[in-house]
Design a protein around this ligand. Structure first.
Ligand code: 5GP
Length: 180
């Protein structure tokens, strides 16, 4: 079993790059099918989703645009429950659009609960969520349940493939899980 040490913590390889690519292709296929003939706006959430967003968007065959927002809800390795919007979208970019949020992971759902309301308040026609991973056991907001999911995972901290620990490990090709 492949393990890595970061900041004195041990993480175990859980999903390899090929497996992750398969999840992303599935998500892209579903979106390409569901949105056929339309041009939804993809909104990638920085920082964590930048790799997923790039890999997903290259598999999208729709005539779509992508923009990015930067939100912060995590402080080190736990959710603060408070959302900071560090980079937002203008109302004119959002009004009347079908939006697909591209998020790395839905954990408690606090971030997506906030963002769905925010985008609807800005005039979005519809808002759906695509995420690489979700932790169903941790979800606290029904409206934050993602519409397109790469993989349901256990309620444990993961790193790699865009997921960080204190800013590190985003560049790992596989996903690693914190060893209990
Ligand atoms: P939520 O608001 O759903 O509780 O948390 C969402 C955000 O928390 C994600 O966008 C991500 O940045 C961060 N997060 C949640 N779980 C994990 C995890 O297991 N690993 C990492 N690196 N970040 C996580």
């Amino acid at each position: 079993m492949k393990t890595i040490e970061i900041d004195g913590k041990t993480f175990v390889e859980t999903f390899d790059a090929e497996t992750i690519t398969g999840w992303i292709q599935n998500v892209a296929n579903q979106i390409n099918h569901d949105y056929e003939g339309t041009d939804p706006l993809f909104v990638g959430i920085l920082n964590g989703a930048f790799i997923f967003a790039a890999d997903l968007f290259r598999r999208i065959t729709l005539n779509s645009r992508i923009q990015f927002m930067r939100l912060r809800s995590y402080d080190n390795m736990s959710s603060t429950g408070q959302i900071q919007e560090l980079l937002g979208l203008e109302d004119k970019d959002v009004a009347g659009k079908d939006i697909i949020i591209v998020e790395d992971i839905v954990d408690t759902g606090t971030t997506m609960h906030y963002l769905k309301k925010r985008l609807k308040d800005q005039g979005a026609k519809s808002v759906k969520i695509a995420c690489l991973c979700t932790k169903p056991e941790a979800l606290q907001f029904e409206d934050a349940k993602p519409d397109y999911v790469g993989k349901d995972i256990a309620n444990l901290y993961v790193i790699g493939y865009g997921f960080d620990v204190d800013g590190l490990a985003r560049n790992l090709n596989a996903i690693y899980t914190l060893k209990k």
